[in-house]
Design a protein around this ligand. Structure first.
Ligand code: PRX
Length: 655
């Protein structure tokens, strides 16, 4: 696979204009209109966001200050009172959307369910009352560890309704990873299911919750609510565990949305960084509501008749912002899919598009590369005429995959929005607006209006156009993360002081390398820190190293990413063993299993390489750059003069 390189970017000359028919009916119709919005937002960001907040959202009470910026801490719409669950549900009930499909759920194996706005509202109100009855109060944290079922969205919206803070943990994480997150966020209650379907097998979610809570290891958790999904046998601990359907049946459907302060915490979502411990990214209410609302509306060019499908899992930020909050705030019909392509059903995604007449399809480059491998006969055998807009997110898309998506899925008539953003940014930051901005395969194109993106060196100086540098953002935006849960200092250091502030000017450091071309188009090249991107999943190499080192046979470990055709990157672990331990294939397998147990299947190393020693600098730092080259089978280039013992490198190369 060819990831973008500076050379390939310089040679990418293909330009795809939005089809005239598309632009004519689009929310943003031309490059001029985009430019006007961009200029207006740049000239007076506060006025720009305030106008949108006023026209697009319902407020119980208007704010008195648009932005209070005490770098790096921002408050948006200060003293405004709002509830995102109200904006996602109640305000649609007095319109014709009352009986419009809010969520269309396609489950496994062959289950399906549609919830109208009125039905979803009812379920959310009931579950909000359930939470209250179980003692959950405004500000309390609730863990959500769920399969891709409507109850996941219902639980999120119910928390938001009463002001509880949700912390969704991806259902693919292990019991250990779940426990770490529940403990860090001090969750009072956990919502889960007996099990969830993942590619023809059942993931025993409740069993994992039991393990995570065993021995009172997450002492704040008082109650567990369990959705019956897969009907497998589980144990219910009396007094602690409750069936969702029992509680829901008895709960009143009357639960007015709590007026929240605009800056009240909405959710905490954990993500990997360049240290061993995942960070709890904190998002608050008003700014996040506005940012996800307006990005969904303009980038996905929402029409009231659209069926919109984002294939992410609600356990990730993409699911939060672009399955649940953004689409529902707009009154859209959002598809939620529990399945995934696999050998037994390789064409399932195209079946879902055909079955529901999906108009907007948003997925990840790694999925597109898997579709390419499975062959175009699969999509070609389905009717995909309903599609009018395609999107990608999660990693740089290689131009070959972009072209395939454009030709085979989009039939050369659907614009593609390649959207760059992060858990931390809350919503999409760099992207084409599909009716306005011509696209180039592999480029996320231009910043969203109100986003002042820059490419700089580590001193914050503009990077020379031909060289590339670090992606940074100049001015706060409503959807930005507010802090790291429980660690404001880490927030400051990681994101705002990595590039030292100059004259009180702070730059948000995204952790990605990027380049701008002669047209001002952004080309994101990937992470520049110790974070790797495996099949669109963001993983910290240090987390995997900690997991490896926690095994008794391991003395030291260094983890790097190696380019992979399908997954983008593959995990390669270099491991030195304790003195009395012999290297073997069995041990390799055991270590892989151990990582799965500590973190989850997404972190399983593709390769483990045993070594006598790891290459280090004289000050004892592991030289990952050299290991990356070794893993990729490349010649070691660059400076190796700081290497303490050159023979280490020779040995690694030989064996
Ligand atoms: O490296 C960038 C990559 O994904 C990282 C953010 O990961 P996460 O917080 O898990 O959020 C993923 C979904 C928003 C970024 O730092 N990334 C995301 N989208 C793109 C991308 N890289 C290139 N192009 C994109 N469109």
């Amino acid at each position: 696979m060819s990831q973008p390189t500076i050379e390939s970017i310089l040679h990418e000359e293909r330009l795809f204009h939005p089809p005239a028919e598309f632009s004519q009916h689009a929310q943003i119709k031309s490059l001029e209109q985009y430019q006007q919005l961009y200029d207006k937002a740049k000239a007076d960001p506060q006025a720009f966001w305030a106008e949108l907040a006023d026209t697009e959202l319902h407020w119980f009470q208007k704010w008195d200050t648009v932005l209070d910026w005490q770098p790096p801490f921002a408050k948006w719409f200060v003293n405004g009172k709002i509830n995102i669950s109200y904006n996602c549900l109640d305000r649609h009930l007095t319109t014709w959307r009352r009986n419009k499909a809010a969520l269309i759920w396609e489950g496994e194996p062959g289950d399906s369910r549609t919830l109208t706005y009125a039905q979803l509202h009812r379920e959310v109100c009931q579950f909000a009352n359930v939470l209250k009855q179980l003692g959950v109060e405004k500000g309390d944290r609730v863990g959500i560890y769920m399969p891709m079922i409507p109850e996941a969205a219902i639980a999120m919206l119910a928390c938001a309704r009463i002001g509880a803070v949700h912390s969704v943990v991806f259902g693919g994480f292990s019991a250990e990873a779940l426990r770490d997150r529940l403990v860090d966020v001090q969750a009072k209650l956990v919502v889960t299911a007996d099990g969830g379907w993942r590619k023809d097998v059942i993931v025993p979610l409740k069993e994992q919750v039991d393990k995570a809570l065993a021995g009172n290891s997450a002492p704040n958790v008082e109650n567990v609510v369990v959705v019956r999904r897969t009907e497998q046998k589980i144990t219910m601990e009396s007094g602690r565990d409750h069936w969702w359907h029992d509680l829901q049946a008895k709960a009143s459907a009357d639960c007015p949305a709590e007026p929240m302060d605009s800056e009240d915490m909405l959710f905490v979502l954990y993500t990997s960084g360049s240290t061993g411990k995942p960070k709890g990214v904190v998002h608050t209410t008003g700014g996040y509501n506005l940012y996800t609302h307006i990005t969904t509306k303009w980038i996905f060019d929402l029409k009231d008749t659209d069926v919109y499908w984002c294939t992410a899992d609600v356990g990730w930020i993409t699911g939060h912002s672009y399955i649940v909050y953004g689409p529902l705030s707009n009154g859209a019909t959002s598809v939620m899919y529990e399945g995934a392509p696999r050998a037994s059903n390789p064409g399932c995604m195209w079946d879902v598009i055909e079955k529901y007449g999906v108009n907007i399809f948003y997925t990840a480059p790694t999925a597109i590369r898997a579709f390419i491998k499975m062959g175009e006969q699969l999509p070609n055998a389905r009717n995909l005429d309903s599609l009018r807009l395609l999107g990608t997110v999660g990693e740089p898309i290689n131009p070959e995959a972009w072209m395939w998506y454009h030709r085979v899925i989009g039939k050369e008539r659907c614009p593609i929005v390649d959207t760059w953003w992060q858990t931390e940014t809350g919503g999409i930051m760099i992207t084409p607006l599909p009716g306005a901005v011509p696209t180039k395969p592999g480029s996320a194109t231009l910043p969203f209006p109100g986003i002042l993106a820059d490419i700089v060196d580590l001193e914050g100086n503009p990077a020379p156009a031909s060289e590339g540098g670090y992606l940074a953002v100049q001015h706060p935006w409503p959807g930005m993360m507010r802090t790291v849960y429980g660690d404001p200092d880490r927030f400051r250091r990681t994101y705002w002081e990595h590039i030292p502030p100059k004259d009180g000017q702070y730059l948000y450091f995204a952790g990605d390398g990027a380049r701008c071309d002669q047209d001002g188009y952004f080309w994101v090249m990937g992470r520049v820190d110790d974070v790797i991107n495996v099949a669109g999943h963001r993983l910290g190499t240090m987390e995997i190293e900690s997991a490896l080192v926690s095994h008794s046979a391991v003395a030291e470990a260094a983890v790097v990413g190696k380019p992979d055709d399908l997954k983008g990157e593959e995990i390669v672990a270099f491991v030195t063993l304790e003195n009395n331990i012999a290297a073997s294939d069995e041990l390799k397998n055991e270590l892989k299993k151990h990582v799965v147990q500590e973190i989850g299947a997404i972190a399983r190393p593709g390769e483990i390489k045993f070594a006598d020693a790891l290459p280090k600098t004289r000050s004892g730092k592991i030289m990952r750059r050299l290991l990356r080259s070794l893993a990729a089978g490349e010649e070691i280039s660059g400076d190796t003069s700081t290497l303490e013992d050159r023979s280490v490198l020779e040995k690694l190369r030989e064996g």
